[in-house]
Design a protein around this ligand. Structure first.
Ligand SMILES: [Zn+2]
Length: 75
């Protein structure tokens, strides 16, 4: 059986440097809005969604965008 630690969930390796352990960093912008950032400590890159619509900042969507980017680099 493969063990999947909850921590790195569905995050793919960094599309910029290949680091397999990027981290998710929630950061509060104001009381009602928080942005999810994905940070790669190896190449010091922050990744976040820049859209201003509704729930675009959700962790799920940010991770999905990160993974799409990672997949592009793989091909
Ligand atoms: Zn990186």
């Amino acid at each position: 059986m493969k063990q999947k630690p909850k921590k790195d969930r569905y995050l793919k390796p960094c599309p910029f440097c290949g680091n397999a352990f990027p981290v998710i960093r929630p950061s509060a912008v104001c009381v009602s809005l928080s942005i999810i950032k994905i940070y790669c400590p190896t190449c010091d890159t922050y990744f976040m969604l820049g859209s201003h619509g509704g729930n675009e900042y959700s962790e799920e969507k940010t991770v999905a965008a990160w993974n799409r980017r990672a997949e592009k680099e793989e091909n």
